[in-house]
Design a protein around this ligand. Structure first.
Ligand code: AOF
Ligand code: ZN
Length: 357
């Protein structure tokens, strides 16, 4: 049974953990997004989040914040505080020592946790360690929101594949491209900015050969500040021209193909065996091995359909313009469920979010 604690006054502390956690977006993958808040007598006395892969965890930064703000009486304050964190405090020695040990050392009497950590060396063991030390532990606090924030991490750990986001634009009457596949503007400039922001939030961006050849995209981040994702192209027979933007050596790029495995500077050619039978499954597996936690698939229609048919998708973001074309190539079709429509921007652009439960 899931509990939704949003009505409780303490939910504001967990909501703050979520805000802090999301500041790590684009910097901590394949680690989870984690934020933490220390509360003393109803007042926030320290905050922190996991800022960088391999660096200090959220709880460490939140406790250090208390120590810095109250150098003379932090020990006493911590002994009377509650620490909120959106993920079970770790119990293992990874790149950093266990957060549960740190909480025990400072004798923080109450820990409130959003999601359990599904990572096997931690799962349940963090909570057990805290309870064995006599600490009160509240689990699954605002757990639905908490699980949503770390949907990419949880998918990688529990399903052993990346989290797949489908993204495309279509007209109000469902057209995706003109019949001759020429490029035609469907969504507005706001959608472009948003698309580039989204690229900074995921580990990789994937397109099929037809899109790579006909649009010659750069698949980098020009309209937003942040980390550009790994570029991935599916090109069975290596038909992409050597002069195409995707082979310009400007960024790490993977070409999944049926002919060869070869590394050439920033470009990795990875051969997929059984190309015609299990392509999306093999791509999912290879990316999992490479620790790629999330992929945004930006087209074309055949590639999007490939992942939809294999049921290898988790979320769809669709820009729907108010144009009516009456003809052209139809966009991909999703099994209908859970639709949430947002209106964004001056050009009455609509974004349809379809997040599978
Ligand atoms: C926490 N707080 O802020 C994070 C946690 O290699 P390490 O030491 O960074 O450990 C990574 C694992 O620790 C990661 O897979 C996840 O299970 C947990 N991440 N845990 O208590 C945090 N980022
Ligand atoms: Zn930790």
């Amino acid at each position: 049974m899931t509990r939704n604690n949003l009505e409780e006054p303490e939910a504001k502390y967990m909501t703050r953990c979520f805000e802090l956690a999301e500041l790590g977006m684009g910097s901590v993958s394949p680690n989870p997004l984690v934020g933490s808040v220390v509360v003393h007598n109803g007042k926030v006395v320290g905050e922190g989040y996991h800022r960088q892969y391999g660096k200090a965890h959220a709880e460490v930064n939140a406790i250090n914040d208390v120590i810095q703000r109250y150098p003379n009486n932090f020990a006493e304050i911590l002994r009377q505080s509650t620490i909120y964190v959106n993920l079970e405090p770790c119990s293992h020695f990874g790149k950093t020592p266990p957060c549960s040990d740190l909480i025990i050392k400072h004798e923080i009497p109450h820990v409130v946790i959003g999601s359990p950590d599904p990572f096997d060396p931690v799962n349940g063991k963090g909570v057990l360690k805290l309870r064995n030390a006599g600490i009160k532990v509240t689990e699954n606090f605002c757990v639905e929101q908490s699980n949503f924030i770390n949907r990419r991490f949880f998918t990688r750990i529990t399903k052993q594949r990346p989290y797949f986001i489908l993204k495309w634009a279509q007209t109000a009457d469902g057209y995706f491209a003109p019949a001759d596949r020429s490029q035609k503007w469907i969504s507005g400039p706001e959608a472009k900015v948003l698309t580039h922001k989204w690229r900074t939030e995921e580990d990789a961006i994937l397109v099929g050969k037809t899109t790579a050849v006909s649009d010659n995209p750069q698949l980098n981040v020009r309209e937003w500040h942040g980390r550009p994702p790994l570029r991935i192209v599916i090109d069975k027979n290596l038909e992409l021209s050597l002069s195409s933007n995707l082979l310009d050596q400007s960024q790490p790029t993977i070409i999944f193909n049926a002919l060869k495995t070869e590394y050439n500077g920033q470009v990795k050619y990875l051969e997929i065996e059984n190309f015609d039978h299990y392509l999306p499954q093999m791509i999912a597996y290879q990316l999992y091995i490479l620790d790629i936690q999330s992929v945004i698939i930006e087209g074309g229609a055949a590639t999007l359909d490939l992942f939809i048919k294999a049921d290898l998708w988790d979320e769809a973001r669709i820009f729907i313009s108010d144009q009516h074309w009456g003809q052209g190539l139809k966009g991909p079709t999703l099994p209908a469920e859970n639709e949430k429509v947002l209106a964004v921007g001056k050009d009455s652009l609509h974004i349809l979010f379809n997040v599978k439960p």
